[in-house]
Design a protein around this ligand. Structure first.
Ligand code: AMP
Length: 420
């Protein structure tokens, strides 16, 4: 059907797009204040980038990518997330030669072939930040603080930072052995996905949404039990900086994140809704990522947040962010000559930054006045034939219904005086 959009995609209509613009402006403002600068990465990349940078065992890569061959038989994938591309760009443009850390943000559409449901789409939008080049725990706390500052400015309540550390490859090796030892006892009772994960990536069994698997993995050894001294100290410092910034958090040992490149800090921001809770932001440290893409070992930390999820959450909490500006001036005209003069005035007003409109359907004067009412215009300029012959127009302030005659030559100036 040519009049039906593909499943899992959205059209954002006027009325909604203003809310998106408000959100985007807010994100840019907070990033500027925190020293994160915008990077614009391609919508599609070589498929290998995501296979390597996100990880073959993740659901994203194994089940959800939009992958196709282009006309030169290259395997191309629509980006399912932003971190791999940002890391690739950091290496490609040798940003490591800049003073470190390099602090970047991006926003835009991502594509995943998931089963669409409320809050889950095939084309959705993420905003994310990445700080490359510093392993300092203060940066972990800064990115968590940045996400929380965004939500604070939006006025959202009931948010919880869930925090964990998944350690470094050494801690993970130790944890993997302990975990497999624990899980093997009841392995047959786990879901088929988890049985497969047992060999490939047993950590992700802790992340399984299946209730039975969650029950079976209760009491499993946690990554926190297996942290080496360095990772333990890093985690303590992250908590210390969060305390300094007065950001509350809860330790969540089951929080392991689905992606392979995460090291040390893992976090999610959860919004508690009536009877349920859902993650609106997820991130962490990925000190192994740049090396796995072929760069020098380079630490990094960041997060991505889903932009679509913000709007229903705001609505549930009764927060209205619509900031549609009313129309300043409606120009109503009677007759052909007046219509031409009206068009000229309209264009001049716009040059002066005045939000203005006229009728474009040849409506009667009465209908034009009704139309002006729909726009909720602050001022209406009425140009009739008799006024025109005297070189004047009528200016009506819609709040007081006060009307004055203004000389044609002065109309833009007088309108501005009355508006600003
Ligand atoms: P992830 O990249 O999977 O860690 O997801 C980060 C955030 O992006 C999540 O917390 C969601 O808010 C959002 N998100 C992920 N997948 C989708 C989707 N299919 N539709 C809408 N939002 C999504």
């Amino acid at each position: 059907m040519l009049t039906t959009r593909p499943r899992g995609t959205n059209d954002f209509l006027p009325g909604e797009t203003e809310k998106w613009q408000y959100l985007e402006d807010l994100l840019r403002t907070v990033c500027r204040e925190f020293g994160y600068r915008e990077i614009r990465i391609p919508i599609f990349e070589h498929t290998e980038l995501f296979q390597r940078g996100v990880g073959e065992t993740t659901d994203i890569v194994s089940k959800e990518m939009y992958t196709f061959f282009d006309r030169s038989e290259r395997s191309i994938t629509l980006r399912p997330e932003g971190t791999a591309s940002t890391a690739r760009a950091y290496l490609e443009h040798k940003m490591y030669a800049l003073p470190q850390p390099t602090k970047l943000f991006y926003m835009g559409p991502m594509f995943r072939y998931e089963r669409p449901q409320a809050g889950r789409y095939r084309q959705f939008h993420q905003f994310g930040v990445e700080a490359f080049g510093s392993s300092e725990p203060a940066v972990d706390a800064e990115v968590i603080g940045l996400a929380m500052e965004i939500y604070r400015r939006l006025g959202l309540n009931g948010l919880e930072v869930h925090l964990n550390s998944v350690g470094c490859p050494n801690c993970r090796k130790k944890h993997r052995e302990k975990l497999q030892e624990f899980l093997i006892k009841n392995l047959n009772e786990f879901c088929p996905d988890c049985r497969e994960r047992f060999e490939k990536n047993p950590l992700r069994i802790l992340d399984c949404k299946n209730a039975k698997c969650q029950e079976l993995s209760q009491g499993a050894p946690t990554t926190l039990d297996c942290l080496c001294p360095e990772c333990g100290e890093h985690f303590d410092k992250v908590k210390g900086y969060l305390d300094l910034a007065e950001i509350k958090y809860v330790i969540d040992e089951r929080l392991v994140r689905g992606l392979d490149y995460y090291t040390k800090t893992a976090f999610e921001i959860i919004v508690k809704e009536i009877g349920a809770q859902s993650a609106i932001c997820g991130g962490g440290r990925y000190d192994g990522l740049l090396e796995s893409l072929g760069g020098e070992p380079t630490p990094g930390v960041g997060f991505a947040l889903g932009m679509e999820r913000i709007f229903p959450t705001l609505e549930t909490q009764g927060i209205n962010i619509s900031i549609e500006k009313p129309l300043d001036v409606f120009v109503a005209t009677l007759g052909d000559e007046a219509d031409k003069v009206g068009f000229q005035i309209l264009m001049k007003l716009r040059q002066e930054g005045v939000k203005s409109e006229k009728d474009f359907l040849g409506r009667s004067l009465k209908a034009q006045m009704k139309h002006a009412g729909r726009f909720n215009a602050r001022i209406t300029i009425i140009i009739g034939e008799t006024e025109l012959s005297r070189g004047v127009v009528v200016m009506r302030r819609m709040d007081t219904s006060e009307q004055i005659e203004v000389s044609l030559n002065d109309v833009v100036k007088v309108v501005k005086e009355n508006l600003f």
